[in-house]
Design a protein around this ligand. Sequence first.
Ligand SMILES: *Cc1c(COP(=O)(O)O)cnc(C)c1O
Length: 459
Amino acid sequence: MMVLEKNIPYKIYLEESEMPTRWYNVRADMKKKPAPLLNPGTLQPMTLDELSGVFCRELAKQELDDTTPWMDIPEEILEFYRMYRPSPLVRAYFLEKALGTPAKIYYKFEGNNTSGSHKLNSAVAQAYYAKQQGLKGVTTETGAGQWGTALSMSCAFFDLDCKVYMVKVSYEQKPFRREVMRTYGADVTPSPSDKTNIGRKILEEFPGTNGSLGCAISEAVEDAVSHEGYRYVLGSVLSQVLLHQSIIGLETKAACDKYGIKPDVIIGCAGGGSNLGGLISPFMGEKLRGENDYRFIAVEPASCPSFTRGKYAYDFCDTGKVTPLAKMYTLGSGFMPSANHAGGLRYHGMSSVLSELYDQGLMEATSVEQSAVFEAAEQFARVEGILPAPESAHAIRVAIDEAMRCKETGEDKTILFGLTGTGYFDMVAYQKYNDGVMTDYIPTDEELARSMSECPKVD
Ligand SMILES: *Cc1c(COP(=O)(O)O)cnc(C)c1O
């Protein structure tokens, strides 16, 4: 028999009336702000007008705003959120029991929507602002496919055109992901493609390449700026995306406050940093204002270790070097990660907000190898019932490790992690794990030094 702690339900759902109605912008509480995006030609900070050529204007404004702490969520977006939010904050009683740990483990589950991840929180906001501006449509890239799916759903809802450049390896490995997007009306192209100048150039230089997020971003940006009535949208990395994803942290904080839960450590996987940034934002705000203290841990794959082995420098956000420069922990925009199975974490850079927080020592980072990640995924699936996305399982791995450390020391810490999504489209990866043929690739120092040496010289 499992003993539920008094008054703490297995799943905590907020009432509709308790749902956040504003996003929280953690930059407003940072004394030292994240470095601004730079125009790669002039090396001057990007202006609103320059950014508005690529992004929707309202989103460009959000991108540049590092002083307004709270922003009202437009009513149409709140209505859409009500279709699938609040997401539950779950007490992992079964996992605790299986581990025999005195630690209390909670996870915020973002996989309860058709796109299968947290990405819908920002996709719907970005589609809404595109519609408001009277645009015909948007272009984007997708790696593992979750972002492309979320954006397709949002564009269908607001009746916008949606063009998705999907990293070739995922396009081939995940044909059903592609079909979901097409079902929602999106036009899906494997990247690199011969539809864009940059795609043709990359194909010439690296024939037979599997593609990468960096390449797909270049293609999507080129497509947007060369077609009237289109703008480019991005599912992670940008500060506007962290802002939208703050809904995750705000709901979590409200649920914690309601039940008197105080997490000691908050863990999230980090690809471009949006789910982690969103989850920790309100907690980090308290830490920045000196009201409370928390440990924050970013978990990245050992095969794509931006925080733990990258350098903090200005770099392009894409391989084709068409985007503004962002100051971030980066492996170099030319870094081609090995074809690992956490597609959503294979990005060379990291949110400049999280990069700055990490640089200031306000956050920790660690990297984990993929077979250890799948071991954690399986252990979790068997006791908690949810089949996690490989990306999410990075956070599970470190949460389990923390809980096991508590078992040794007898501490009853409260551990909170972000369970960003479900893994139904990742069964090829699970199959490899189950067949015992999964390998762990870790880039060499020489490889990383080579790609990092190509960062533009700015400071
Ligand atoms: C995209 C994705 C991630 C990583 O992206 P972040 O921007 O770092 O949050 C993690 N988990 C899932 C399920 C994803 O789809």
